[in-house]
Design a protein around this ligand. Structure first.
Ligand code: DOR
Length: 441
């Protein structure tokens, strides 16, 4: 191979759709140019990856970065810094900002704020509302749009379509896969009295498994009637996983690292820090979610990174807001699960790059293949580190995993051929660009 490359990543174990093997990757113009033995080739820079694994760049398809409007919690720059520090190369950000991302101008504003300011690549979910329903076919295909997101149960912010007619109106317009927060608002309202002042253990009692299952059943039935594709975010119950197994033709499934890691027993120790919607529940549900992951029912992992300041979280429940950080800890927490034998590294890759690329029809990402963007998450599977609040670069500066020791650590984040993070250091400027989707080309 006499070719000259901008950069060669050499001697790594490359993990890809064809398995894992020691290979070099040559990168030119931000794209993967060649995969194989490049010992005899020239390059502007050679990056020795001996002992490391190169994975396709991890895509986190659910984060809340709070800009515009709530920048005291996070902004697009700080959130994306947390992403690249944790080995994440692209994020899809949620519309519950202020103003809400529900029209063309708000989306264009986010894209403008993000371009060359975010450290990683990005797309933005557009909120579906009763007011913008007629505009959805146009909105979902705009540059930078990941698709349409609907909250069927209320959470942080004002986005809500709780009734079947409203959801059907949205799904009769969408052509791309629309994403849903699925908790039954009517049941949540009826059960509000079950919240116990200053006791976050009552959070999963209020927002119970029936609220989640009932809503997911309604949602799937509406999607079938409308002939629409749906993506059910952050599945939190064993029952939904069993139900969704029978509906994979219309529904794709996301799970979060926190629902795979934490249980209701952790409220005792971590209190409102792990208050999240939908809630962390008892062990039976965690096991049901792992079962769904084992069985291939789960398509993608999303962190649902939802930062709130510690001062906000320290308010007595239920005045405390729901949400926790997660974008920076997704890779290490999941690699630790790989180490523990809970999933294979190949399945992790399937969930974090191939999965999002397939569901959302991402152009040129999600796979280590010639012609694709050179986005890599480079990891040391044998490295043991302790996650600490100090390591968290998110503005709010905390993680529920403070003090947790993990084996498996992100060493490098490479985006379109450039090293953005290496050995915990940020390298270079912020070159974030909009993810492109085939449906928007
Ligand atoms: O716990 C949550 N927090 N769940 C959501 O759906 C929204 C998020 C937030 O934005 O804070």
């Amino acid at each position: 191979m006499g070719q000259t490359f901008d950069r060669i990543f050499e001697n790594a174990i490359v993990v890809n759709h064809d398995g894992r093997a020691e290979r070099d990757i040559g990168v030119t113009g931000g794209k993967i140019a060649f995969i194989g033995n490049l010992a005899q080739s020239d390059a502007g820079e050679r990056v020795n990856c001996k002992g490391l694994h190169i994975l396709p760049g991890v895509i986190d398809s659910q984060v809340h970065f709070r800009e515009p409007g709530l920048e005291h919690k996070e902004d697009l720059q700080s959130g994306s810094l947390a992403a690249v520090m944790g080995g994440v190369t692209a994020v899809f950000e949620m519309p519950n900002t202020n103003p809400l991302t529900t029209n063309e101008a708000a989306l264009a504003d986010k894209v403008a704020r993000a371009t060359n300011r975010m450290h990683c690549d990005f797309a933005f979910w557009v909120g579906g509302t009763r007011e913008n329903v007629d505009d959805l076919p146009e909105l979902e295909r705009l540059p930078g749009a990941a698709g349409i997101k609907v909250f069927m149960g209320s959470s942080t912010g004002d986005l809500l379509i709780e009734d079947d007619e409203g959801v059907a109106a949205v799904l009769s317009k969408t052509r791309r896969r629309a994403a849903f927060h699925s908790e039954d608002e009517f049941r949540l309202r009826e059960r509000e009295h079950l919240r116990i002042e200053d006791d976050p253990r009552s959070h999963p009692v209020w927002r119970d498994e029936v609220a989640a299952l009932q809503c997911t059943e309604r949602l799937v039935s509406i999607a079938r009637k409308c002939g629409a594709r749906i993506h059910v975010l952050h599945i939190s119950t064993a029952e939904e996983m069993v139900f969704l197994q029978a509906h994979k033709d219309v529904a794709s499934v996301e799970v979060t690292p926190h629902h795979l890691t934490l249980t209701a027993d952790d409220y005792e120790r971590l209190g409102t820090l792990i208050q999240m919607n939908p809630p962390v529940r008892d062990k039976r549900h965690k096991e049901g979610i792992w079962q769904g992951l084992d069985q291939g029912i789960v398509d993608v992992l999303g962190s649902d990174h939802a930062p709130h300041t510690l001062a906000e979280k320290q308010k007595p429940y239920p005045a405390s807001p729901s949400g926790m950080t997660g974008v920076q800890t997704l890779v290490p927490m999941m690699l630790n699960h790989v180490r523990a034998g809970k999933l294979t590294l190949e399945r992790f890759v399937d969930l974090t790059s191939a999965g999002p690329a397939r569901l959302f029809q991402i152009a040129n990402k999600g796979r280590i293949a010639a012609g694709y963007d050179a986005d890599f998450t480079i990891v040391d599977l044998g490295r043991t580190e302790t996650i600490t609040n100090k390591w968290i670069t998110s503005k709010c500066g905390w993680t529920p995993y403070d003090g947790v020791s993990v084996t498996g650590w992100p060493i490098g984040t490479v985006i379109r051929g450039k090293r953005v993070m290496w050995e915990g250091e940020l390298i270079g400027g912020s070159n974030g660009a909009a993810v492109r989707f085939m449906e928007g080309l």
